[in-house]
Design a protein around this ligand. Structure first.
Ligand SMILES: [Zn+2]
Length: 120
């Protein structure tokens, strides 16, 4: 590990991390929601072109934001997020298979962790 590159998760020491867009889904949904409301208001006032224009513009803003935001790393196991780290592109994109493996592992561990009443 050099220059602060992230190879392992600093929290749980897991070595499986994936790249994803540093894009807030909440923000994306908010933009669309605001656009939809503004569009509805325009529609109500018979401003049909504005209505469609606003809807289109909000979708476009969403798309542009998504395109231009940087990438970030996330840990499969503990979901810690790493932003602005060097060596980020060495990691792979999200894999549902790996995600599922960790999810099942976590579920198993949670199951083992609960007392069954047989312990003395
Ligand atoms: Zn982790």
């Amino acid at each position: 590990m050099t220059d602060g590159e992230i190879c392992n998760c600093l929290v749980c020491h897991g070595n499986e991390l994936f790249i994803r867009k540093n894009f807030s889904q909440k923000l994306g949904v908010s933009i669309i929601a605001v656009g939809f409301i503004a569009s509805s208001i325009a529609y109500y006032h018979y401003l049909i072109y504005w209505s469609f224009g606003i809807l289109l513009a909000s979708a476009l803003v969403d798309l542009l934001l998504y395109t231009f935001v940087g990438n970030m790393l996330e840990c499969y196991r503990c979901h810690t997020e790493y932003r602005n780290v060097p060596g980020l592109e060495k990691h792979e994109a999200f894999s549902l298979e790996t995600h599922e493996r960790f999810r099942q592992q976590a579920a198993r561990q949670a199951d083992e962790g609960t007392p069954h009443g047989s312990e003395s």
